[in-house]
Design a protein around this ligand. Sequence first.
Ligand code: FES
Length: 156
Amino acid sequence: MTDNSLITELVTRHGNKRQSLIPILQGVVEKESFISQTRMRQIAKELDISPADVYGTASFYSFLNTDERGKYVIRICKTIVCEMNNKDKIMQAIKGLLKINVGETSPDKKFTLLETNCLGWCAEGPAMLINDKVYTKLTPESVREIVFEYLQSTDN
Ligand code: FES
């Protein structure tokens, strides 16, 4: 059973009213990268609302992940300009390096690979995000180098 101290701390900071729900959910994502069922039950208890209510809010907002994600979330733009600029080759290079498919998380929980809609960097596509950092003008070689740096990083 996951201890409740994170939720208690977030409730102390944001309050235990219904309107505290989103900041509390964001606080959990910041700390743990996703909101587990256990956390949802703990939040429901603290705020005196139903777990279904917590789940409904968490799953409505795409920035409130309810699936476990890796430490680094890679999002490759799949929209038309990047698509026409060899986005598939970028994706293949990453899949080859990390040995995971779109929607999957590596067994060591370091990477999650996702596709995303236009990131607003179309003129410099193909583009991707790793967490909140944008990378543009990608080639299979440059993307392998970038991801390799994250693979090598020891801050995990
Ligand atoms: S189409 Fe990829 S960033 Fe806009």
